[in-house]
Design a protein around this ligand. Structure first.
Ligand SMILES: Cc1cc2nc3c(=O)[nH]c(=O)nc-3n(C[C@H](O)[C@H](O)[C@H](O)COP(=O)(O)O)c2cc1C
Length: 146
């Protein structure tokens, strides 16, 4: 099965998990880059605002993805997916999807919102930022993807 792990990460936490998942699956990996970054204090607030308002900011172009399974990762922003991930999901319609997220501890409606604009995932998985820092396991998630 040809698999892609694709993610957005503002501060590296989701990237770390994405790399571990991709390594375990021996898959390709791609990062979503917004045209305008969410840096610093103002970036934080714009991110929260865009997530709440369900905005779809411009992202750097991605080729049409030819994969059997696309595993999509997002940080949780204001109980929702990060806005660049929303842009990605509105543009691309993969055949099969799985979702993962990192958060401070409250994922809110992140996965249900992702499902709404994409499709029912074959698996979901989330970790807290503190778990990612300390050391974490992705094995239960990987098992569901194989
Ligand atoms: C704008 C913004 C809003 C956030 N909202 C939430 C939230 O609602 N719940 C939560 O648990 N964490 C929230 N967080 C924390 C992030 O989800 C968490 O730090 C995540 O691991 C960051 O991932 P990253 O390093 O890949 O960007 C928020 C962070 C940002 C920047």
């Amino acid at each position: 099965m040809k698999t892609l792990v694709i993610f957005y990460s503002r501060t590296g936490t989701t990237r770390k998990v994405a790399k571990a998942i991709s390594k375990a699956l021996k898959s390709d990996i791609k990062e979503i880059f917004p045209k305008r970054e969410f840096k610093g204090f103002f970036g934080f607030f714009r991110g929260g605002f865009e997530a709440v308002m369900r905005k779809t900011p411009k992202i750097k172009p991605l080729k049409k993805l030819e994969y059997d399974l696309v595993v999509i990762g997002s940080p949780v922003w204001a109980g929702n997916m990060a806005s660049p991930v929303r842009t990605f999901l509105t543009k691309q319609k993969p055949k099969k999807v799985a979702f993962f997220a990192t958060s401070g501890g409250d994922i809110g409606k992140t996965f249900s919102e992702m499902q709404k604009i994409s499709k029912k995932p074959i698996a979901i998985f989330n970790l807290k930022t503190t778990q990612v820092k300390k050391g974490f396991t992705i094995t239960p998630f990987i098992k569901k993807l194989k």
